[in-house]
Design a protein around this ligand. Structure first.
Ligand code: GLN
Length: 174
């Protein structure tokens, strides 16, 4: 995000959410992230901040956390229930754990290098706008001020999606 022109800070405590213009929920392991956020008292505050319109980018596990419908999660994996999508955790994982592929971005002719690591499959895009596809299948969506990607744009060195998010944040902040 810094490379795309944003000042950043880590959110470890709910106090760290104050005065943020945007939030990135990164990849990792959605079950562990949920548990840690609950333990640190962050879970409800983060969910509420996103619900209240804080521009948010979720990647991979972050996408799972934002989704309204999660398959193959843990039985008690709640999810924020914010984005009108259905995801299957590790949906690509059973076929191939990790892979790279050229993606099609909406409104951009140039392919985007997508890095997928035990990525979720988006099974239903609901009312969201699809912003990235892999062989025709949706791998990136946007709904209002929330963007979610099944892959890891930070590992590709291509800043276009980070810049798009920074623009979104600037648009909301101004
Ligand atoms: N498979 C992970 C999960 O279920 C996501 C993987 C990732 O973020 N790269 O949370």
């Amino acid at each position: 995000m810094a490379a795309a022109g944003a000042r950043t800070r880590l959110v470890r405590l709910k106090e760290d959410l104050a005065e943020l213009d945007g939030l990135v929920i990164p990849g990792g392991e959605s079950t562990t992230m949920t548990m840690l956020m609950q333990r640190m008292g962050l879970y409800d505050s983060v969910r509420q901040a996103v619900r209240d319109g804080l521009p948010t980018l979720g990647t991979c596990a972050g996408m799972i956390l934002l989704a309204e419908r999660i398959s193959d999660g843990l039985p008690d994996q709640p999810g924020f229930g914010i984005l009108d999508i259905a995801v299957r955790r590790n949906g690509y994982g059973r076929q191939v754990d990790s892979f790279e592929a050229d993606l099609e971005l909406a409104g951009d002719e140039r392919p985007f290098p997508g890095v997928f690591i035990r990525a979720p499959i988006v099974e239903d895009t609901g009312s969201t706008e699809v912003i990235a596809r892999h062989e025709g299948d949706p791998v990136g969506v946007r709904q209002g001020s929330v963007m979610a990607l099944a892959f890891h744009p930070e590992l590709s060195g291509d800043l276009r999606l980070h810049e798009e998010f920074v623009h979104l944040v600037e648009g909301r902040a101004s």
